[in-house]
Design a protein around this ligand. Sequence first.
Ligand SMILES: [Zn+2]
Length: 275
Amino acid sequence: MRLFRPVSVTLVAAVLLVACDADGPITSPSAPDQSRHSTLASEDPGGPSEAEPDRSTETHPDEDTEERPVSEASADPNSIHVLVNKRNPLDPLDYAPSDLVTPEVALHGPQEAMQLRAEPAEALEELFAAADQEGHSLSMISGYRSYDYQVQVYDQHVAANGHEAADRISARPGHSEHQTGLAVDIDTPNAAETTLNQAFGDTPEGQWVAENSHEFGFIIRYPQGAEEITGFSYEPWHLRYVGRETARDVVERDLTLEQYWDQPPAPDYLDSEGG
Ligand SMILES: [Zn+2]
C-alpha cells in the first residue's frame, strides 16, 4: 500500500504554477476537455486496508482496544480516501477520473459541472431520495470540475478580487476536491437565497443533510470553526464522499478529515505563509 506523504517535491513545483481552486458562485466557462483519460494505474482501487494485526501470544490487550480510524489518507487520486487540500494537490495536477456519470437528481447549475464518479453519484441519488421522503427538497449545484474548468473559475475570482481574496473562497486548480469527482455542492429550491451561503446550514434541508449525509457516505468537509485546519471557511453545502464506514466514524468522532487521518493542518498554500 502506498502511504500518504504530506509534503512532496511535486507540491513545491505545483505551487510555483499560478493556477488555482474552491467554491463560490460559478459562471459558465467553456466546456472542459472531456476527452482526456486518466492513465493512472490504480494501486489501491478499494482504498487502504489495515495491516493484519499480530495475533501472537505477545499481544497486549491495551493495544487491541486502541481506537483507530477505519481508513487512512491515500495519495492515490482514484481512491475514495484521497486527501486533497491546500497542502496536498492531486498527483498528477491535471488528474481526471475515468468513471464519471451524471446523477439522476435535480440539477441547478452549469451542465459541464454535473458529473460525479459512479460510487458517489449513486450515493447522492440515495441521499436525495431519503431527504425527499422526509419532505426536504435538494438539488445539485456542482460536482466534478476538471483542471481546465477550475483554472477558469479561479481566474475569474482573481480578476474580480485579487489572489488573496480568491484563495479564501476558491481552490487553485489541482487543489480542489471537486477535481476528484468525490465532492458535490448542493442547495435547496425551498431557500434559493441560501445557495452557496452559510445560511444553508440553518435551513431544515441543511440541518437534515448535516444529521444524515454520513449514512450515505458523505461528510460536510469544511465544518464550522475549522478554517485553520481545512483551509476553508464553513461550507454546509460542500459534501465529500468517503464511503459509509469512514463517514460514520468521522462524524461520531466529530473531526475534520485532516484530523481523522492524522494529517497536518492545511490552512494555506505554502507560498502564502506569512502573507
Ligand atoms: Zn464545493
